[in-house]
Design a protein around this ligand. Structure first.
Ligand SMILES: [Zn+2]
Ligand SMILES: [Zn+2]
Length: 381
């Protein structure tokens, strides 16, 4: 017994100094692109009045840059490639079209985002296998996999170790996402660098002619493309750059395409120049860091916003913009050994979305959210 009592246990996983991390990518060489990552066309059986052409025309009309049409793969036995992707309407001369589908399984739903066609059938076929099998196929396919509406009836019942992102904001109904946010913070706090993103999950379009209305038609004016809108800071205007930005977390989500974009930066050496943005991960020096939140876009004169900062899953502070500059700054010192992350949520006056007017009341006063800025997250985790 004494021997056991005396042995000092040392966990090989205890926080320790990390080796060099990859350098932070440029903060200026890139382009902000906005888009929709979860929408169903006529190839999903329960959708109505929502052919691909209607979705794309609408998306263009509200200024979207990219879109992923994510039909239920189980409605076509996994053969998305010969349904959504070969639909003659699946083309655009201005929008970046991602290839994807909603992986619709007994254990929950996930979206795939890919810059090019991939063999979705293989992912569909392994849906009921052990996670280790699913994870191997996902890796082979080289796809970005994202957990959808992770809490609720179709909660994501797989390991988060095989997903690149999580849908933290599903549909215009913001309040129902509280548990998704909780899961996200749990995954982040346990060392998983996981991108948060949005998706309307819209199924229903405007009926033309009106006689084709269904019992769900009211949804077209309440939850449609862009509620919410996911912004990415991409290195180029290409589908691959959109997927890469999603994977890297240079992403924020806004209530609609016209609501302010939430940009989140940090200055590591107090020279007034920002050194990193959301999604970026650096080694902490143990010195104070200055953070900046900047709201960009059409903002009503005099409008004030409340910015809630979350640090490691807990509320860190609340800041208010002053009605003039839409920027707030704060300072904190991430620990030298061990992980720290900061992310922000913005509340305030709603920005009009006249094309989907019913969405505004559903979103409450939620304006947008950022992805985290990371310190000491192990890239080999
Ligand atoms: Zn779903
Ligand atoms: Zn869906």
């Amino acid at each position: 017994m004494a021997t056991f009592g005396q042995s000092a246990h040392v966990s090989p996983w205890a926080p320790a100094e990390l080796g060099e991390l990859p350098p932070v990518a440029s903060l200026t060489h890139g382009v902000w692109l906005k888009g929709e990552l979860h929408v169903h066309s006529r190839h999903s059986k329960e959708s109505s009045n929502n052919p691909i052409k209607k979705i794309l025309t609408f998306s263009k009309s509200v200024g979207m840059d990219y879109i992923c049409i994510t039909d239920h793969d189980n409605h076509v036995n996994g053969d998305v490639a010969h349904n959504t992707w070969t639909d003659p309407e699946f083309k655009s001369d201005s929008l970046l079209l991602l290839y994807g589908a909603e992986w619709t399984t007994t254990r929950g739903h996930g979206n795939v985002f890919s810059a090019r066609p991939y063999d979705h059938q293989r992912l569909y076929d392994v849906r009921d296998q052990r996670d280790v099998v699913v994870g191997a196929i996902k890796k082979e396919l080289g796809i970005h996999l994202s957990a959808n509406h992770p809490s609720g009836k179709d909660h994501f019942g797989y390991s988060y170790d095989m997903v690149n992102s999580i849908e933290v904001w599903n549909s215009a109904v913001w309040p129902k996402n509280a548990n998704a946010i909780m899961i996200w913070d749990d995954m982040l706090s346990s060392g998983r660098k996981l991108t948060g993103r949005g998706g309307s999950d819209a199924h229903h379009g405007e009926p033309v002619p009106p006689e084709q209305a269904t019992k769900n038609t009211y949804q077209a004016k309440a939850n449609y493309v862009g509620t919410p809108t996911t912004w990415v800071f991409a290195t180029a205007r290409t589908a691959q750059a959109v997927v890469d930005a999603l994977t890297n977390g240079r992403v924020c989500v806004s209530a609609n395409p016209f609501a302010p974009r939430v940009e989140f930066y940090a200055d590591l050496n107090d020279d007034g120049k920002m050194d990193m943005m959301m999604g970026d991960n650096v080694k902490s020096t143990g010195k104070p860091v200055k953070f900046r939140v900047q709201l960009t876009g059409k903002i009503a004169a005099g409008a004030e916003y409340t910015i809630n900062v979350i640090k490691d899953g807990n509320k860190f502070g609340t800041f208010k913009t002053d009605g003039q500059a839409k920027v707030i700054e704060f300072t904190d010192t991430p620990v030298a050994i061990g992980r720290t992350y900061y992310r922000v949520e913005v509340e305030g006056p709603l920005t009009d979305y006249p094309q989907v007017p019913g969405s505004m009341a559903l979103s409450g006063n939620m304006v947008g959210l950022s992805n985290p800025i990371y310190f000491n997250f192990d890239p080999n985790f």
